[in-house]
Design a protein. Structure first.
Ligand code: PMP
Length: 360
């Protein structure tokens, strides 16, 4: 088997053990003679897989009992619409914090359903910072406040949770969920596309406080109603069953690793190493304010962008894949989610140093 380090932002690499477990039971899940891919989602076998996955996720994130966990489809992008459709509850508008590309996507979609108040934005800094909470111009009558704790493209991350007691707080946690402990109880809704730290693409996890579930806006399509999905235990229609099963294996792996405190330590250590390598070189650069740097997505540029292609080609030759930045910004980006071992980061740092030596 060819061993590569995959730095893709998503779909991203999954833990090696998880892939092995999945391979072992791919054709025959626990003596049933069936693959999970072939099972009815309503079979006792699949229901047990689904329930175990939910219980493990609840344990990992310490999700309080008054929250529902939904295993949906449609990606985080569908949540950009589902959040306003379900949370407006007759109100006119919502507050959004704009910290980059994904916040803007959420804002643009929400504008189709409500008045959007951009309560704070780091656009003035080129999205290199996170606006201080003291500067947020929140509307006390907003239906909710939406923010993006980790901007996957810009590599900007909140290392604090906004304390907003009176208005429901909504987080697009797609690219940082499960990378560290997270205070669910401070939030009304958390959502995340699975394809980074949860499992394969095709699954979207939504954690929603139960008092916010019952009031979809009139005309909300059935598939966009939290109520329908909650009432049907995420089986209102055929769920993304195999991805749900894979997510369950990832949750099991995370528990075996020691949980999210352990992941947080490892992730901090990996990120600190990589940023130190960038900052101490005169050849690579990361422009994000150090206190706002992402521990999951590390964008960097080369002094001479003319070398980008050579860098990517040479990296791929030594097994370091998918280091290209998002198509909207170019440059490089190393996504170092939970499944990226420290050795992968070490190999990248070593390659970067060698490339610098050859090209200066
Ligand atoms: N939000 C964030 C922070 C993301 O990183 C992404 C995908 N990269 C999305 C939303 C969109 O997710 P999806 O492709 O699952 O719709």
């Amino acid at each position: 088997m060819v061993k590569v380090c995959n730095f893709s932002a998503g779909p991203a690499m999954l833990p090696a053990e998880v892939m092995q477990w999945a391979a072992q039971e791919l054709l025959d899940w626990k003596g049933t003679g069936m693959s999970v891919m072939e099972m009815s989602h309503r079979s006792a076998e699949f229901v047990s897989i689904a329930q175990t996955a939910e219980a493990d996720l609840r344990e990992l994130l310490a999700i309080p009992d008054n929250y529902r966990v939904l295993f949906l489809q449609g990606g985080a992008s569908s949540q950009f619409a589902m959040v306003p459709l379900n949370l407006l509850r007759g109100k006119r508008g919502a507050d959004y914090i704009n910290t980059g590309y994904w916040s803007r996507q959420a804002i643009n979609e929400a504008k189709r359903f409500c008045e959007v108040n951009v309560a704070a934005s780091s656009e003035g800094s080129g999205f290199m910072t996170i606006p201080d909470l003291a500067s947020w111009r929140l509307d006390p009558d907003a239906a909710y406040v939406h923010y993006t704790p980790n901007e996957t493209i810009g590599g900007v991350e909140f290392h604090w949770i906004p304390d907003i007691p009176d208005v429901p707080l909504v987080a697009d946690l797609s690219s940082t969920i499960l990378s560290r402990p997270f205070n669910v109880a401070n939030h009304a809704v958390i959502y995340a596309g699975a394809q980074k730290n949860i499992g394969p693409a095709g699954l979207t996890v939504v954690i929603v406080r139960d008092d916010l579930i019952g009031n979809p806006a009139p005309g909300t399509p059935a598939m966009f109603s939290y109520r329908n999905h909650a009432e049907a235990e995420s089986m209102y229609n055929t769920p993304s069953a195999f991805a749900w099963y894979m997510a369950g294996l990832v949750f099991k792996w995370l528990k075996e690793q020691g949980g999210l405190e352990v992941m947080a330590e490892r992730n901090l250590h990996k990120a600190e190493k990589l940023y130190a390598a960038i900052d101490t070189s005169g050849f690579y650069r990361n422009p994000v304010t150090p206190t706002c740097r992402s521990r999951m997505n590390v964008p960097f540029t080369l002094v001479d962008p003319g070398l980008d292609k050579t860098f990517l080609d040479k990296a791929a030759k030594v097994g370091l894949h998918a280091l290209n930045g998002h198509r909207s910004v170019g440059g490089m980006r190393a996504s170092i989610y939970n499944a990226m071992p420290e050795e992968g980061v070490d190999a990248l740092i070593e390659f970067m140093a060698e490339f610098e030596r050859c090209h200066t």
